[in-house]
Design a protein around this ligand. Structure first.
Ligand code: ATP
Ligand code: MG
Length: 343
């Protein structure tokens, strides 16, 4: 059973479900072995787990792994993306609503938290929750019951909570944008999902895995990677992490001429990452987020870390610059005061 209620959510059955069963956390590096030991240790408990890590590092996959190694494995794993919906819609998706609760509520609706009862509720991008939803979520976690929108009676639910974010949530708490009490509730245990550049030993196994499981494998092309292509891939820093590697493998398999992927099949953005940002050449692997992040960091490096000058040149306020650096996890690096660069 896989039943998407809206684009930001999914419900999957127990570990026997093929969607979950195929999702092995491929790894070989000592760093990931440590992470998996942590996963094994926390899985059987009912503790709330917060998975932290950059975009594309496998946070959702780790959340799945915790669920499928827990006693709740045969119960639902319900994922909801907190950033995908505005507050009122998110509330009725999460907690449900009674018939007639608002215009358009023609029938009673069971919320995702209630559907997850007995299983695991995965709150993805929890750092995006509005203050109002943070308060409602806190009440739900503390009481273990939901109120459907327009409902008067609390409904008991039994869920194990796993959350994830690519934000520095402790910094958000310090800034006052994320509630401290909620932070402690969702964060009994923290699991860090490390960026791919810190565990490059995993790359060959991941490539093998993605080439073998891609739907294009029936094309019988690009089944393996040449040593030369692999050594280029190993040098690259993978800012989009495993998701970027997966996308590349799928593309290479479609575009390769023969059975073996050669260095000449690799896109220029991987071979010459320095030239990656070119204003007139579109790079399909570059997200707007990544482009902006790189541009901002280049500006800071150009002005030798002077944030006032960098913000001026970028045409943004210094506050926006600080927020962005926090978001990228680069704040510490540029935290030291520096003198203005001479023109
Ligand atoms: N160790 C791994 N082994 C196999 N596949 C992986 C691994 N890590 C990540 N993936 C795959 O990479 C893709 C990205 O993983 P996932 O969606 O879990 O990342 P994420 O951290 O939640 O990303 P985002 O922050 O963008 O939501 C998924 O298709 C996932 O199955
Ligand atoms: Mg995710």
């Amino acid at each position: 059973m896989s039943n998407n209620t809206f684009p930001g959510s999914s419900i999957t059955g127990g570990a026997s479900n093929p969607i979950l069963a195929g999702n092995k956390v491929i790894h070989k590096s000592d760093l990931m072995k440590q992470v998996m030991r942590m996963v094994d240790r926390v899985a059987p408990s009912n503790a709330s787990v917060l998975v932290l890590g950059e975009s594309g590092t496998g946070k959702e996959l780790l959340a799945h792994a915790i669920h499928s190694k827990s006693q709740r494995r045969d119960k639902p794993f319900v994922a909801i993306n907190c950033g995908a919906l505005r507050e009122t819609l998110l509330e009725s998706e999460l907690f449900g609503h009674e018939k007639g609760a608002f215009t358009g509520a023609y029938a009673k609706k069971i919320g995702l938290a209630e559907m997850a009862s007995g299983g695991t509720l995965f709150l993805d991008e929890i750092g995006e929750l509005s203050p109002g939803m943070q308060a409602k979520l806190l009440r739900f976690i503390q009481e273990g019951e939901v109120y459907r929108v327009g409902g008067k009676e609390p409904i008991k639910v039994d869920i194990r909570l796993i959350s994830a974010t690519n934000r520095e949530l402790d910094a958000e708490v310090m800034k006052g944008t994320f509630r401290e009490d909620l932070y402690y509730r969702i964060n009994t245990i923290t699991v860090h999902s490390p960026p791919l550049r810190r565990r490059k030993e995993d790359i060959p196994l991941l490539v093998e895995h993605f080439l073998a499981k891609s739907t294009s494998r029936i094309l019988n092309r690009g089944r393996t990677m040449s040593d030369e292509a692999m050594s280029i891939i190993m040098k690259y820093d993978w800012p989009g992490n495993i998701r970027e590697l997966q996308n590349l493998c799928e593309r290479l398999q479609i575009l390769a001429d023969g059975e073996i992927i050669l260095a000449s099949d690799l896109p220029n953005s991987i071979v010459n990452p320095e030239n990656r940002i070119s204003m007139d050449e579109y790079d399909p692997s570059m997200t707007l987020y990544e482009l902006e992040k790189r541009h901002i960091i280049k500006a800071l490096n150009y002005f030798e870390g002077n944030k006032t000058q960098a913000a001026n040149a970028l045409g943004i306020t210094i506050k926006t610059l600080y927020n962005k650096l926090h978001e990228y996890g680069e704040f510490e690096k540029f935290a030291i005061h520096s003198k203005p660069k001479k023109a």
